[in-house]
Design a protein around this ligand. Sequence first.
Ligand code: G4P
Length: 288
Amino acid sequence: MNINWYPGHMVTAAKSIREDLKLIDIVVEVLDARIPKSSQNYIIDEMAEGKEKIVVLNKYDMADKIEVSKWKKYFEDKGISVVLTNAQSGDNISKLLDTIKIVGTKIYKKKYENKTIAIKPIFRVLIVGIPNVGKSTLINKISKKNSANVGNRPGVTVRKQWIRVGENVELLDTPGLLWPRLEDGNAGLKLALTGNIKQEILDLEELSAEGVKILIKNERYNLLFKEKYKLSDEDLIKEAHEIVEIIGRKKGCLISGGEVDLEKASKIFLDDFKNGRIGNISLDSIEK
Ligand code: G4P
């Protein structure tokens, strides 16, 4: 989805989420596991105050497992349940559904204080997140694997489509769309490198140079980077834009006169980066 987030769009998105929140019990916030901080929009916590929240660290397959486990602990220490998923392959979708049921049961018990109630509880769930974190893929996977579409529920949820999952979970089939918080430090850069905002709106050569700098600074990522493009130790001490040029030359991105087409080289590098082809890389570390 290509939305330029002007203040008007943010107001419309917030209004839509507020409406949905009135209908639901549990918020599932989907974050990109590579950038759990930069892909967050804290406004959801203000809007959903008093509701239970589950954090999904999606695209786990492309993230640095060491960093992800630190982030998992970070959220769990705050009392928030965390599930690591790969929505594309469907990994851990069942775990997410189990977690929803556990959290739902907790809400139910609190509400009825263990009194016996004749009716079966239904836990209604909304998936939220910024663009491209995998919300739709997640909903599709849940709906294909585990559910029947329950359609409109007249009187309760007019014009809303719900997906029934198992006996007592209903998921709103349209995710809540949050906007990326570009004002946070390097968030814009990290969101662009992971493909959560369109790379085309930025200067690709500058973006790729910044990506290279990040890889070089980290000992583990440095090795992955070196291996991926068969770079030498001498290559790696060069300026970032020169390294992009070396990659371009290796990939045959040449223009007349034997010069490297820097834009094409940058695109190749950025595409590899955003799709996890350089290796499992995380950009938000918990310490910083
Ligand atoms: P959204 O609703 O939050 O906007 O995200 P969406 O589901 O459309 O997913 C965005 C892209 O991320 C999709 O790729 C999707 O296949 C991919 N994706 C979602 N979850 C995962 C995951 O867990 N792991 C990996 N590796 N990829 C995931 P796409 O359709 O190819 O879009 P694009 O890459 O061309 O932008």
